[in-house]
Design a protein around this ligand. Sequence first.
Ligand SMILES: C[S@@+](CC[C@H](N)C(=O)[O-])C[C@H]1O[C@@H](n2cnc3c(N)ncnc32)[C@H](O)[C@@H]1O
Length: 277
Amino acid sequence: MWVVTGMVSDEWASAEIDIEQPNSARVYDYFLGGAHNFDVDRQVAEQVLAMYPDARLMAQSNRAFLRRAVRFLIDRGIRQFIDIGSGIPTAGHIHEITQDTVPRACVVYVDIDPVAVAHSEFILAGNVHATVIQEDARRPERIYAHAEVQRLLDLRQPVAVLALAVFHFIAEADDPAGIMARLTQPLATGSYVAVSHITRDGFDDDTQDPFVGSDVDVTPRSREQVEALMGGLQPVEPGVVWVPRWRPASPDDVQYDEPEASGAYAAVGRKAAPTPG
Ligand SMILES: C[S@@+](CC[C@H](N)C(=O)[O-])C[C@H]1O[C@@H](n2cnc3c(N)ncnc32)[C@H](O)[C@@H]1O
């Protein structure tokens, strides 16, 4: 039996998970300092770090935004969360934050990647307030119709949709603004959407762009494009800003001398009541 940093791998890995193949969700978990990764993932992560030493900081800065956004949303009375493109929910993910302050808060994690979903199922086993489903962000109707969403969430009440570091995997051809509209349409007034999004703003030229030449299919977007994505929502201050600049809770939260080095924007929007007429 192969025991890996607190996990007994063959309890869950035998049927669905190939632990000889690197997986991007586990590589990301390694950047976050999580324990849900294997040698094969760590080797890939170290190769990435050799080329882009900021990769770990970028992931951690994004996850720090997630924590700040969730605490902000809890303070605004939100008790229901859907996290789209959730990856592996470790290293201070939503249910870990809510269990300390609002233990009855409900969380549905959604990811397209069966490996991330299988890890999530293992982590969330026995948790009556959090669940995971395998679905595609590009199909919001299927997410909301899913039995687990129906079971755990009351869509007549405000919900927070988190879509962190996922919309840049949605190509223009898939109509990201239309997907955002379909994601927000069924939500009750007073719901929120939080987004973080990779950008090429701040890169002087293509040679500094970590995605040029990689086989990762990413669509970085400008600040104006991220603002347009959030256009149907009431902006929450400070609007669309570099990830470390979104309501830093302490000076330690701003880990960059130059926040644009974070390579990503963050924003939170609120669904307002429809205007009469
Ligand atoms: C970089 S991770 C972000 C994890 C987490 N949201 C965070 O910000 O810490 C991106 C995740 O999005 C998932 N993903 C990519 N495209 C997706 C899609 N169309 N629908 C749902 N999940 C998707 C990937 O499988 C991956 O787990």
